[in-house]
Design a binder for this molecule. Structure first.
Ligand SMILES: NC(=O)c1ccc[n+]([C@@H]2O[C@H](COP(=O)([O-])OP(=O)(O)OC[C@H]3O[C@@H](n4cnc5c(N)ncnc54)[C@H](OP(=O)(O)O)[C@@H]3O)[C@@H](O)[C@H]2O)c1
Length: 258
């Protein structure tokens, strides 16, 4: 099953199916890891204002020497900034050293209702062209439905935790039905279950690592995966997920885990 390297968002923009996560990467380690990821072929970077590393992500991007339009840059609005969305987005762009963001997400919902005022401000920045695509993160089915009902622009992305052990089927289904791309965060389960014997069985069968199997599982479910690693070898290995396929039986075995 060939899987294209990009998905087309409901804004018409294309987003790579494989991105590089940067949570917990700081300082020079972050800068080096981002450059290594771009050298290994990743073309999407995921960061957030609260990660405190946007500047290093930007430096790593420049170290890799790619054209701006060849890297899909995604960052997120912090909860503390919900009352100052425009300023916060501009500050993120300044720290990253970019003139526009490919994707800007509301990092967490503030409560039980969708963040309508924040969303309206993001819609304005999207119309201006500063935010090419806008989306949400950690949004439940109910919150997405509220936003679809009341917003003018539908979210292009919902970034949620997704791996074989945490599989938010209801959210994935709604997003598929509404043409909202799912970005799977913690796609390796933060490495806590990589030694699970059932993942290992599938990995042995296909001759791949458990990490590659978990990432491929997410991709075959239609998600965009954004693994993080500080280690060059693991960064490179995690990108080798387009040259093998999980059979239906392997997908079913992994589906039983979560
Ligand atoms: N929207 C949100 O609320 C939210 C929440 C969490 C995460 N995220 C995003 O999603 C990204 C990924 O999630 P995550 O960082 O939580 O976890 P993850 O990518 O599932 O796992 C990262 C952990 O796995 C280890 N690792 C990576 N590749 C490995 C391999 N091949 N073999 C063994 N261990 C490996 C890493 O250690 P080393 O670094 O030592 O390799 C690190 O400890 C984040 O970086 C962030 O960008 C978003």
């Amino acid at each position: 099953m060939g899987i294209p390297a990009d998905v087309t968002l409901n804004t018409g923009a294309t987003m790579p199916v494989l991105g590089f996560g940067t949570w917990q990467l700081r300082g020079d380690e972050c800068r080096r890891a981002v450059a290594a990821a771009l050298e290994a072929g990743y073309r999407m970077l995921d960061t957030a204002a609260i990660y405190g590393n946007e500047e290093q992500v930007g430096l790593g991007m420049r170290d890799a020497g790619l054209e701006r339009e060849d890297v899909f840059v995604c960052t997120k609005l912090a909860g503390r900034d919900h009352g100052r969305t425009s300023d916060a987005a501009r500050e993120s762009m300044e720290r990253l050293g970019v003139e526009y963001l490919d994707c800007y997400l509301i990092h967490w919902p503030a409560g039980q209702t969708a963040d309508f005022e924040v969303w309206a401000e993001m819609e304005r920045l999207h119309a201006d062209g500063a935010l090419r695509s806008i989306g949400v993160s950690n949004y439940s089915v109910a919150l997405i439905e509220q936003l679809l009902d009341r917003g003018d622009v539908p979210p292009a992305v919902n970034q949620v935790e997704m791996n074989p052990f945490t599989h938010p089927r209801d959210i994935v289904k709604l997003c598929r039905d509404q043409a909202i791309a799912v970005q799977a965060y913690s796609p390796l389960g933060q490495a806590s279950r990589l030694d699970d014997s059932r993942v290992a069985r599938v990995a042995d069968r296909v001759g791949r690592t458990p990490a590659q199997v978990m990432l491929r599982w997410g991709i075959q479910h239609g998600a965009v995966v954004i693994p993080k690693s500080a280690n060059r070898e693991r960064i490179t290995a995690n990108a080798q997920v387009f040259d093998f396929e999980l059979a239906e039986a392997d997908m079913a075995a992994l589906d039983e885990l979560g």
